[in-house]
Design a protein around this ligand. Structure first.
Ligand code: PLP
Length: 416
């Protein structure tokens, strides 16, 4: 299959912007992706045409209701559930997790255990540490396997006990790009009567999410990482969400998902969320998929992942060939596709910030630092104030951009 890269790029206005005649190369994607034209348009249209609060009798309010309902439906399809009531929209992943952790852990008892991983972003660590401190819960830490860079099922097995109530784990790392076998891990947790809370923030732009197949209990992601607006979205099992106490205003009904959607949401961004899912379906159509929106978006994500994998290989090969460069993460692909195309590295003498600045001077956008993956830098003894250089690929990047970035890194290293 030839990936329709020209058609893809034509959909993202930001990709053709130049600064002082120099085009931008966006490789900061794990921190946030650019948006298709239709996402920006949907945000604009909502603000201009249907800017009202929910639940009124008048036209704009009814339209706002429809916009919010459509987004729940679109995200239900994105997650692979047919129940839009299981979709909770919030400000971002971290805020949703801080909010939901309070409800999830409400009936936990002092001494009950939560398993966290060294691989996770702080957004899936700090909320659980906070509630553990408030409630006297015990944290058990899962270390990263230094060969696979994943959290192995054996590690989880060894940590589960009859006091384990919850396991919080990321699907893909925002630093190493390693992908966990969430299905196997959730199965272990279920067998031990523990809940599984999956942080799919970094997986969502690169793979198909199917919550039923994963067998987890909660899964959360951030729309601004998958070509949508700045929002977080959570899926939870209906039975659990129904039973859980919601911290909310008294006049808000107990209906799902509203009981967890505190206050007034940014309806304009929610309009953009549906457009982001529709964009994926459009891409599926471009690559020849037919059928439902879910079928088309799943095909799009699979095709995009194959395309991204070629770019990631090119990037890893290019970086690995440089003297003194160490890839922080899985450097080799295998058939089970154990990584997303986020590639972090360090050089033996040139500091990450220096390299990121050198690339910024050429309008190549990359991140340096720990990127909130504190567990990884600590486990592997990487100086926390330095971290890594992170080059994060999205499906709108090109082989030429990757070659340019490799060349820029190489020159920056030689310049020292
Ligand atoms: C893996 C992962 N989890 C959680 C987060 C936090 O997401 P948010 O900014 O939506 O709170 C990020 C952000 O980069 C992330 O990469």
């Amino acid at each position: 299959m030839t990936f329709p890269i020209a058609a893809v790029r034509s959909r993202f206005p930001a990709l053709s912007i130049e600064d002082n005649g120099v085009r931008r190369i966006y490789l900061d994607n794990p921190a946030g992706t650019q948006v298709p034209d239709t996402v920006a348009q949907a945000v604009y249209d909502c603000l201009v045409r249907t800017n009202a609060n929910l639940g009124g009798y008048f036209g704009t309010s009814r339209s706002a209701d429809r916009i919010v309902d459509q987004a729940h439906q679109a995200m239900a399809e994105f997650f692979g559930t047919d129940d839009p009531g299981e979709v909770v929209i919030g400000a971002n992943m971290t805020t949703l997790t801080l909010h939901m952790s309070r409800s999830i852990c409400r009936d936990f008892r002092p001494g009950d255990e939560i398993i966290l991983t060294r691989m996770d972003h702080e957004g899936d660590v700090a909320p659980w540490l906070e509630i553990a401190q408030d409630m006297g819960l015990v944290i058990r830490w899962a270390e990263i396997d230094p060969v696979s860079w994943r959290i192995e099922t054996e590690t989880i097995r060894s940590l589960l006990s009859d006091r384990t109530r919850l396991l919080a784990i990321n699907h893909a790392s925002n630093m190493t790009g390693a992908v966990n076998d969430v299905k196997a891990i959730a199965e272990l947790a279920r067998a031990a009567n523990a809940l599984t809370y999956v942080d799919a923030v970094q997986f969502a732009p690169h793979g198909v999410i199917d919550v039923a197949a994963l067998g987890c209990d909660f899964l959360v992601c951030s729309a601004y990482k998958f070509f949508g607006p700045h929002l977080g979205v959570l899926w939870g099992r209906r039975g659990l969400l129904e039973r859980m106490h919601a911290y909310k205003c008294r006049c808000v009904s107990e209906e799902l998902p509203g009981k967890f959607e505190t206050g007034t949401l940014p309806h304009e961004l929610i309009a953009g969320l549906t457009a982001a899912v529709d964009y994926d379906a459009w891409l599926g159509g471009e690559t020849g998929a037919t059928g439902s929106r879910r079928e088309k978006l799943a095909a799009a994500l699979r095709d995009a992942a194959q395309y991204e994998e070629r770019l990631a290989r090119q990037l890893i090969d290019g970086l690995s060939a440089m003297d003194g460069v160490e890839i922080i993460g899985p450097a080799i692909h295998d058939n089970v596709r154990p990584r997303v195309p986020t590639v972090s590295f360090r050089h033996k003498s040139v500091k990450p910030a220096r390299l990121a600045k050198a690339l910024a001077d050429e309008n190549i956008f990359v991140w340096s630092g720990h990127n909130y993956a504190l567990g990884i830098v600590r486990q592997f003894g990487i100086p926390e104030h330095e971290g890594v250089v992170r080059i994060g690929i999205a499906h709108y990047n090109t082989a030429e951009e990757i070659a340019t970035a490799i060349d820029a890194v190489s020159r920056a290293i030689r310049a020292g």
